[in-house]
Design a protein around this ligand. Structure first.
Ligand SMILES: *[C@@H]1O[C@H](CO)[C@@H](O)[C@H](O)[C@H]1NC(C)=O
Ligand SMILES: *[C@@H]1O[C@H](CO)[C@@H](O)[C@H](O)[C@H]1NC(C)=O
Ligand SMILES: *[C@@H]1O[C@H](CO)[C@@H](O)[C@H](O)[C@H]1NC(C)=O
Length: 353
């Protein structure tokens, strides 16, 4: 009986040692598991969450950026230029990708139309082009210019849906359209863009085969990029870690503006509560055009800068200076060919004033 007891107690001791060992090991394993979960499981869970949230955000980005339905009825009711006493043609133009966009060509009286510059107008992200007619009337009477007013795809009576690439197609198509007309002066095309339109205008101004057809660029209260705007509007610190491909719409004007070579006027309302005025300052500083100007209006808000005194005068003066400098450059080239280079260097100094 004793003999039976001893092995049993030995067995018990062995078992106890084993349990203790396993307990320690299993405890260790559990701790490691727990640590792994704590460290990486959380990350895994957060990744899943971010994946889901960004997926949703990626899809709603278009709705956040493009507002063709605001104010209501903007897709059906488009004010017409004659309501503001402006002579015009309503144009439906088919883009190369098959989307038909709607435009107004507002022209000076026929005898002056060919002599006048033509301003291509890219509007902001809400409403339709008809909501910009009061501004157009001011441009028309103060600058004595023709205006081609563009309604982006998915806006007003234009077909399709808005997208970054789509808006760039619209912009190129509108310039192509203008060049297909022989009743406008192709040497004096001014491209104008406000807010989102500024980003469209900047893109057009650096495109191969388009930049060389634009005389001057004017942008107003536009942003450096959509990722920058997202940070400003949403104020989420985490957004700065999102990679750029997360943004469906990028409009990277702060990169493109460096490639601009044509004369450019930056109009900045310093009371803009939507697009921080320092973005306009930044765009101006990064622009590589030798003829660039920043015109700041302290009382200018995002939508109403154009209503302030001095606004049209500043644009008129800028265009006039561009014309004068072109004439002087021409004169300098003429002198260069006729006389020694001493004179031409003098002229070169003058034209950059
Ligand atoms: C068109 O603009 C250019 C450049 O300013 C000018 O030299 C030319 O005379 C204009 N053409 C007409 C028909 O006015
Ligand atoms: C620009 O125009 C030239 C000559 O017409 C053409 O060969 C070239 O493909 C065009 N480039 C683009 C990007 O359209
Ligand atoms: C500017 O106008 C648009 C519609 O035209 C509106 O949605 C937006 O809130 C306005 N922004 C500001 C800052 O007033």
């Amino acid at each position: 009986m004793m003999g039976g007891y001893v092995p049993l107690s030995q067995l018990g001791a062995v078992l106890l040692r084993m349990v203790l060992k396993v307990w320690a090991y299993s405890g260790l394993v559990l701790v490691v598991c727990f640590l792994l979960y704590y460290m990486y499981g959380g990350i895994f869970a957060i990744s899943l969450l971010i994946f889901a949230v960004t997926g949703i955000l990626y899809q709603v980005q278009d709705n956040l950026l493009y507002s063709p339905e605001l104010p209501s009825h903007s897709r059906v009711y488009i004010p017409i230029p004659s309501m503001f006493g402006l002579p015009f043609e309503s144009i439906n133009h088919k883009c190369p990708d098959g989307t038909t966009i709607h435009m107004y060509f507002i022209h000076q009286p026929k005898e002056r139309q060919r002599l006048a510059p033509t301003l291509v107008f890219f509007h902001g992200n809400a409403g339709n082009m008809g909501h910009r007619l009061q501004n157009c009337a001011g441009l028309y009477h103060n600058l004595h210019c023709n205006i081609l007013l563009i309604e982006y795809r998915g806006y007003g009576l234009s077909e399709g849906h808005p997208s970054e690439e789509g808006l760039y197609i619209d912009a190129k198509a509108s310039l192509d359209y203008l060049f297909s007309r022989n009743d406008v002066n192709h040497s004096e095309i001014v491209v104008f863009g406000r807010s989102l339109g500024g980003a469209v205008a900047i893109d057009l101004a650096i495109r191969e085969n388009y930049s060389n057809r634009i005389w001057c660029l004017v942008v107003e209260n536009t942003f450096t990029s959509i990722p920058d705007m997202a940070r400003v509007l949403l104020g989420w610190k985490i957004l700065q870690y999102f990679p750029i491909f997360f943004y469906k719409n990028k409009y990277l004007s702060y990169q493109k503006v460096k490639q601009i070579r044509i004369p450019t006027l930056f109009i900045s309302g310093l009371s803009d509560s939507l697009v921080p005025p320092k973005m306009m300052q930044e765009l101006y500083e990064r622009c590589n055009s030798i003829r660039k100007q920043l015109f700041q209006l302290p009382a200018g808000t995002h939508n109403e800068t154009w209503q302030l005194p001095g606004y049209y005068h500043a644009i008129a003066l800028f265009l006039q200076n561009c014309r004068i400098s072109a004439l002087m450059r021409q004169a300098s080239i003429d002198m260069d060919t006729k006389s020694d280079s001493g004179y031409s260097s003098l002229w070169n100094g003058v034209q950059d004033i």
